[in-house]
Design a binder for this molecule. Sequence first.
Ligand SMILES: [Zn+2]
Length: 297
Amino acid sequence: MRRRFLAYFLEVLKPFYTAVDRLEVGKHTTQPAIVDKRHGRLCSLLAHGLLGLLLRPHKEDLLAVTGYFFDECVGFPADEAEVRKSIHHTTEWGKRCREVELQDHQFLFGIVQGGTYQALRRQSAQEIAKIDFDGFAIGGVSVGEGHQLLREITGMTAPLLPPKKPRYLMGVGLPEDILAAVHRGVDMMDCVIPTRYARQGTLFTRTGKLRIMDKTFRKDKYPLDTKCQCYTCQTYTRMVLRYLFFTKDPLAETLATIHNVTFYEDLMGDIRKAIENNDYENFQSRWLNAYLKKGQK
Ligand SMILES: [Zn+2]
């Protein structure tokens, strides 16, 4: 397997989002930013924004390192005629967008659509792959099709994309979906899950997800995850964290977010190592085995 690009993108910080929203872009961060357009955040802004901003010389300092052209993402379910029309728009927009000159530090990714129709996925992938993008995104997923179909679409689309360029699966996801996507040839993903779940009190651990507000953690003196090196796990017990959530202390969401983001970073780091060691299959089953087994500390 080739895995040189493995990466995971999280929600961008709010000040950056606001900055782009107002098209008042400064140099607040050096981090690449990709945000899922289906969550109504930056990606559509970025897709529109990158085009728009590239056409405005004084906005060329846009922090976007990786941009996406404006595709047409149909929902689920969608009939074949609708999907066919959307891939036509997507390809035509892709061609036009590729003509815009990028700065040296910027990359432009193509997006493949095609809904759940194998022939249309193939057609879209072939059309988009012909345009010389820096990487390729599998779009039109995580729109309500469910885990199984998501995996099928990923499995049918990823092999159609140029093997030497990064493949990005938009809007994914839960750890088990990330592992499945990597298994099918995906290099990059993004999702709001780590931060959104954290704010709602759902924390990820190597032995499964937990709801910190559950009564079980009332007297739990363990850290969230004994193997996690994050500030939250090194400093707070589950019972204290539960108390902070219970009393609606604003610190609770921050601590939970620190942990969930660290958890995802660790997961991606471990995936990368396993691939480098040519041990991904074993790693995946070991990891899932521990993660899906309940009741461990
Ligand atoms: Zn932690």
